[in-house]
Write a protein that binds this ligand. Structure first.
Ligand SMILES: *Cc1c(COP(=O)(O)O)cnc(C)c1O
Length: 437
């Protein structure tokens, strides 16, 4: 047998075959690439607006070489911006050493990330008469690794079914993903109805309404699932105290509190978990988007008795927890800590909101959200037109609702970059207004 020696250098001809293909693809220009997209990629997202080929920091360049300021971070994903050197060297070092083993085996990076994540979700020790919270400081916490937010929520859904109860309370306007289980707890009828029947026993109540929550939860409730801020619904922030009340209500009923921090977590709102703002310790928390800075990874973390509800054979994933994804997560956490990016998210988010408020523009009703997860609520339904005008002017934002702009830049964004957008905003709003008139 003539096997390839392990020391064989990567074949230069095979590498150049890949780069030739890439160069040929780029050389086609955006019109031809978008045409190829429409013919060979399923139309689940509608037509793409641009073709991007390169990113660095908070900027991305399209195939024609035009630079754009990425104020959306690939949908709250690129927390450290594009091509971050620490993430890059962590990932390349890991994949050159050990890229994948099955879940029959452990790897040091997987365990290290699990330990970091369980440390982040455990409650901080609190001063004063918080005996209950103090006791929670020693609470057990365990991670199931997945590859996306949807999958993290799917694992959480299965945890709820192991409680011996089946009823789940979710909220109007919620978004938790598109697999059948995650969709079952997602509210939007447009997403749900074509795929019914979905896993059952899910009830939707108004978001942010404590009385509705109290009325809905009883001793048949397995779990309440909540986003701390509804991102896909347009950065909807519940009243202060809502999550703390949800914690109280679920604890009293013996139900799990499942907090979906896929969009709000990993520093996006200026904290590792947005729900920690109210001192809430969930039973289950899901993370994804910002966790791998673009490398696919999701995590479902369960605390206390919930940490033991999934046992051997009850769930699994081939790729979940692979060492490359795990080291990406470790790199993200390390850089957020080293560069004090939680503080930057708070400061830059406040600056963004203050700048926009100071414009005192007739089309801007108010700015909502926290840290660098912000919604600009407009006085008319021109958000998609504003997002298009922004893209033409080199700014990436989106319109989760007809009257709401979402701004979720990398946590590394600078004051200068924030100001460049807010200075351009009146012009973008004017263009959208003009296009409508
Ligand atoms: C994006 C999102 C999801 C789904 O995550 P995917 O990685 O797209 O599967 C789930 N929950 C929330 C709150 C999200 O914002």
């Amino acid at each position: 047998m003539t096997g390839i020696p392990a020391s064989e250098p990567a074949s230069t001809s095979s590498i150049s075959a890949v780069s030739d293909q890439l160069a040929a693809a780029q050389g086609r220009g955006s019109a031809a690439i978008l045409d190829g997209y429409s013919r060979s990629v399923m139309n689940t997202f509608g037509p793409p607006k641009r073709v991007f080929v390169r990113g660095e920091g908070c900027n991305v360049w399209d195939v024609e070489g035009r630079k754009h300021l990425d104020l959306l971070s690939g949908l709250a994903v690129n927390a450290l911006g594009h091509a971050h050197p620490t993430v890059l060297s962590a990932i390349t070092g890991q994949i050159a050493t050990l890229g994948h083993v099955s879940n029959f085996f452990a790897t040091p990076s997987q365990v290290a990330l699990a330990e970091r994540l369980t440390g982040l979700v455990r409650p901080e020790p609190v001063e004063g008469p918080g005996a209950l919270r103090q006791a929670q400081g020693s609470v057990e916490a365990k991670v199931f690794f997945a590859n996306s937010g949807t999958e993290a929520n799917e694992a959480a859904f299965k945890i709820t079914r192991q409680t011996g109860r089946t009823r789940i309370i979710s909220t109007e306007g919620s978004f938790h993903g598109r697999s059948m289980g995650a969709l079952a707890v997602t509210h939007n009828p447009k997403y749900r109805e074509p795929f019914e029947p979905l896993p059952g026993d899910v009830e939707f109540i108004p978001y942010g309404d404590v009385d509705a929550l109290r009325a809905a939860v009883d001793d048949r409730t397995a779990a309440v699932v909540l986003e701390p801020i509804q991102g896909e619904n347009g950065i909807v922030v519940p009243p202060d105290g809502y999550l703390a009340e949800a914690r109280r209500i679920t604890s009293e009923a013996g139900a799990l509190l499942w907090i979906d921090e896929v969009q709000t977590g990993m520093g996006r709102t200026g904290r590792w978990l947005d729900s920690s703002r109210e001192g809430v310790v969930p039973d289950v928390v899901t993370l994804a988007k910002g966790l791998g800075n673009g490398f696919p990874i999701g995590a479902c973390i369960a605390l206390g008795p919930a940490a033991a509800l999934l046992g051997p054979g009850s769930h699994g994933s081939t790729f979940g927890g692979n060492p490359v994804a795990a080291i990406a997560g470790l790199a993200v956490i390390a850089v957020i800590e080293r560069d004090r990016l939680l503080d930057n998210a708070t400061a830059m988010g406040d600056r963004l909101a203050a700048n926009i408020t100071a414009l005192d523009h007739a089309l801007v009703d108010h700015v909502r959200g926290r840290g660098l997860l912000r919604g600009v609520v407009l006085t008319s339904d021109v958000a998609p037109a504003v997002a298009d005008a922004a893209l033409d002017a080199g700014f990436i934002i989106n319109a989760p609702r007809p009257n709401v702009l979402r701004i979720a830049p990398p946590l590394i964004i600078t004051a200068e970059q924030i100001d460049s957008f807010t200075e351009a905003l009146p012009m973008l709003l004017g263009r959208a207004q003009g296009a409508r008139a």
